[in-house]
Write a protein that binds this ligand. Sequence first.
Ligand SMILES: C[S@@+](CC[C@H](N)C(=O)[O-])C[C@H]1O[C@@H](n2cnc3c(N)ncnc32)[C@H](O)[C@@H]1O
Length: 871
Amino acid sequence: MGKAQKKTGKGRLDKYYKLAKEQGYRARSAFKLIQLNKKYSFLESARCCIDLCAAPGGWLQVASKTMPQNSVIVGVDLVAIKPIPRVSTFAADITTTHCRNLLRGELKDWKADVVLHDGAPNVGTAWVQDAYSQSELVLMSLKLAVEFLMKGGTFVTKVFRSADYNSLIWVFNQLFAKVEATKPPSSRNVSAEIFVVCREFYAPKTIDPKFLDPKHVFKDANATGAAGESGLSAGNLQANVFQPEKKRRHRDGYGDGDYTLFRKTGVSDFVQASDPIAVLGSVSKLAFETEEEKEWAALDITTTDVKANLDDLKVLGKGDFKSLLKWRTSLREEIGLDVKTKDAEELTEVVEVTEEVDEEAQLQQELERLNAEASARTKRERRRANEVKQRTIQRMQLQMVAPLEIGLEQTDAALAHGSEDVFDLGDAENALKKKGGVSRFAAGDEDGSDEDEELDGEESDHEVLDTDEEREKKTRELEGDLDGLYDAYRERLAERDSKFKAKEARAKNKEREEWRGIQEEQSDDNDSDEGGWDELQQAKTRVDESSSDEDSDSDDEPAKPSLKRRREVESEVKGQKKARLLTKLEEPKSKLQASRATDVWFSQDVFSGVAGLDDVDEEEEEEEEDGQDGEEDGESDAPSSEAADEPSDDDDFEIVPQEPDDGGMWDVEDENEDDAKQARIRKNGLLTAEAVTLAQQLVNRQTTKTDLINDGFTRYSLNSKDDLPSWFLDDESKHYMPNIPITKEAVAALRAKQRALDARPIKKVAEAKARKKYKAAQRLEKAMKKAEGVTQTDDMTEREKAQQVEKLMRKGLSKGKKKNEVKLVVAKGAHKGLKGRPKGVKGRYTMVDSRMKKEVRAKRRKDKETKKRKH
Ligand SMILES: C[S@@+](CC[C@H](N)C(=O)[O-])C[C@H]1O[C@@H](n2cnc3c(N)ncnc32)[C@H](O)[C@@H]1O
């Protein structure tokens, strides 16, 4: 420590470090002495001071500065100390007689008023070790102090809060009248060091050497420590190492007779304890002390890790404690304290509870295991189905799917995924199974959850399936609730936020407008507005019905049977939760969306020549969607791009509810929206930087219309939105959009436009300005008329006339009558309570004060309210 260490640690460069640097002290510890002396003032009157363990000399510097001139200051340390004015130093080990002799030689017959000791043995090894050597060092310094201190002298020493602390304090108290332990502010809180200031040395003629013999002094401490350790389960010390947060601390200090932080005990206490966790939580170190324990240390199972862990328990984590407990179990088996059980590796608690597990518990365990397996299986299957769906979408987006495959895969995925969710085939299957095997289940009883729970072990398989369904139901219910909450949130938002309200209203209007548009077109059709609903229902019931082979000629009469079917479905779903109903309706929508996406895809010019492909595609669509189109127009040969223009395709609009904000997605079919957009652009111009950028690029021929259309097919364009909750879609519409680059020029153009808009006066200002102009013109006209009259009069000389005309013209050109300005005088300071005209105020004035302002406002408010009430 003698070497000046480089202070690089974050915590080291604190304010005292900087202060020490500023004030030229060699060590920040100088401030500890300054603060101690400030409190006890032992240096000012001291004539002789010995500093034991003084390097690099911070304390010596303080002593030299504070002590009177001509006082003797001696510093000793293991390492040499650079010279300090008025201070003599030498290098020696304070625990040796050589050091004592050197001191004697230095002081001659002098006695010291103050003996300082700030010794610290080599820091860096285990702190436990440090604490012990520190205590020894303290005792050695005390030994020198009692030899060189004069009666009434002061001994200042540093001690560590350890097991020896009490013993040291006891010894100090035998030799000094006043003993006080203190921690100066400059001593870091994290440091275990504490300073003891012992004043008024008794200077006894003889001192029992046992007082200064570490063996004697610390023997008692160890004994007390051991005694304390033996009561390991005592209240506060019983900390569960696995739940440190439950550790109860002494908020008002240490427990009675417990002033130490460090506790050591033998390993056998841990190994033989009935509550080993309490032992781990209450001691700092477990040592191999006895012969038997040393034998344990030599065993193979006692690895170096175990030894290191036992050495300092306070730094261990949960894993380390676990490994120690494992080691304990193994050791107990090894030494025959425990019989080897199957679960030898289990923790102590488990080993202790090795009573016979009864049959019922075994059955229960088995059931749980089976349940877990079954649910894992279903999870796997569901995940696989999702993966297939995801892959199909990805492949579509990456153009990896042959046109023929798209529809097929989509259908497959929809069937595979949707069969259980939408049409509840799983329920039907279950019902069948239940009919056949489990009599306690009524077929088709969807609310049999209570009964499910009553199932016994034999029916565990069914139970597992039902539990999954229940879970799904619950999930749907939860989603329904979540949607409900989200709607409520939006309502609240709408109530609060007028902007949001306006946005919502706009979105609703938009939907309504488009809906009307479609109705108009549909009025040409036979099926009027029912077509959309029926198609939806047909699409929904298609798979269901095909499974039971009931509906074979739905193609011929698309409207009526579907209406019938709709009622059937309605009666089927009656009594089911809202969320379930929603799920059923949304699924066909996804199918339709998929086919729409396919339409969009094939409407590209590239596919226009491939007639055969279109045929196949359309045929497939017809097969899959089974009468999705409201009318059979026999135009299956027409290219899909043409088909997109057909009224039948517009039906898609009806079925798929319009999203309020499509995230700027390009949609070839969305003509109404396009028209509306164009109208808006014509009226207001381009409003976003992206739009201006694209427009500029088009004008500058940096891009073409075809490029833009091609760019429209991004990874965002064919994203499926089915099964996604509205809150999620709302969020997506805000943040999940194509990133269209913008240029500086576009932003500059928009800004310029905005500036021009801002520069335009508002209507009221323009009107006021015009009024002003008009009045000025009137005044001028009036003045000119009067001037004319003046010139025509003969009563005046030419000079007088000229003067009069000039006066009139000045008046005519003036800015009208000047308003009588009323000066406001604040009634405070000199004006407060003043009656009559305030000093230095000319013209009209009004006295105002803050009270008046409030009162006037309150009066206005009251008037308003009474007015309202009257109405
Ligand atoms: C914290 S430093 C003292 C700092 C000093 N108070 C100051 O202000 O500069 C502790 C010193 O104790 C010294 N030391 C440790 N054991 C010693 C021993 N047995 N004899 C003499 N000095 C010792 C170390 O060399 C170290 O320089």
